[in-house]
Ligand binder design. Structure first.
Ligand SMILES: [Zn+2]
Ligand SMILES: [Zn+2]
Length: 254
């Protein structure tokens, strides 16, 4: 199984998982040209994607979706509220399926959705089971609910938001209302909150930590990295950084 972060940050998010002949995309926040370019870098193209899972309707997660579906009629899964929020006619026009309350199988992938708190219609995190690997992807959340906590505990790969350094956000240039939104319970996880999740979930099964959705304004990659690193008991577990404009990491798992 291979996991590739195509883009991650406040401006665009997309992640591809591939196993055998099956590819699933989590979020399509890159514009179509950027998405095609990122896919090319890992030897892929839109037509190879078997399903798209959307976490929520914000444009940094959906910018390329309409154009992608024009290029390839890929089934789209998301919470019912997200499908409705994407556009009124979306569910009628596209192959769109609500994912609430049940798991979805796409080839070898079994995908489950977890409701999360964020200022969107019906945002979710995803957990993907494939072979012996369990990948949990959670970005855009103000706090981590108990069931998602549990999901991280059993994961082999944790893709988790590490959006901001609390001090950088507090003293930074953002307007006060935006600062309150980001730091609030429906906003984004800080480095400290992410470290707490990793510390609590310090599971034996964890093989990789991927820090996602990092703010370019209110965070520094090394701050986020060090905060997560010190939270993990096992120094062997790699902590990967992600970026807005470069593909990576590309992780190959058994
Ligand atoms: Zn986002
Ligand atoms: Zn969002």
């Amino acid at each position: 199984m291979q996991l590739s972060i195509l883009a991650s940050g406040s401006k665009a998010n997309a992640l591809l998982l591939r196993e055998g002949e099956t590819r699933i995309l989590i979020d399509a926040g890159l514009g179509i040209r950027g998405l095609i370019f990122a896919l090319q870098q890992i030897g892929e193209q839109p037509q190879n994607i078997n399903a798209v899972f959307i976490t929520h309707e914000h444009t940094d997660h959906t910018r390329g979706l309409d154009s992608l579906l024009k290029k390839a009629p890929i089934p789209v899964y998301a919470a019912a509220g997200t499908l409705k929020a994407l556009s009124p006619g979306f569910m009628r026009m596209q192959k769109a399926f609500p994912i609430n309350g049940h798991a979805v199988d796409v080839g070898p992938f079994n995908v489950r959705a977890f409701p999360i708190l964020h200022d969107a219609a019906e945002p979710v995190a995803y957990q993907i089971h494939v072979g012996h690997e369990i990948v949990t992807v959670a970005t855009d959340l103000g706090e981590v609910p108990e069931n998602l906590h549990q999901a991280f505990t059993e994961s082999t790969v944790a893709v988790i938001e590490s959006n901001h350094d609390e001090e950088m956000l507090r003293t930074g240039s953002y307007p006060q209302l935006l600062k309150i939104r980001i730091a609030g319970s429906t906003g984004h996880l800080s480095n400290r909150q992410t470290a707490n999740v990793l510390r609590d979930c310090n599971s034996k099964s964890l093989k990789h930590v991927v820090l996602a959705h990092m703010s370019e304004e209110n965070n520094h990659p090394m701050l986020a990295h060090d905060c997560a690193r010190t939270a993990l008991d096992n120094p062997e577990i790699p902590v990967h950084l992600t970026a807005q404009r470069t593909v990576g990491p590309v992780l190959t798992l058994s």
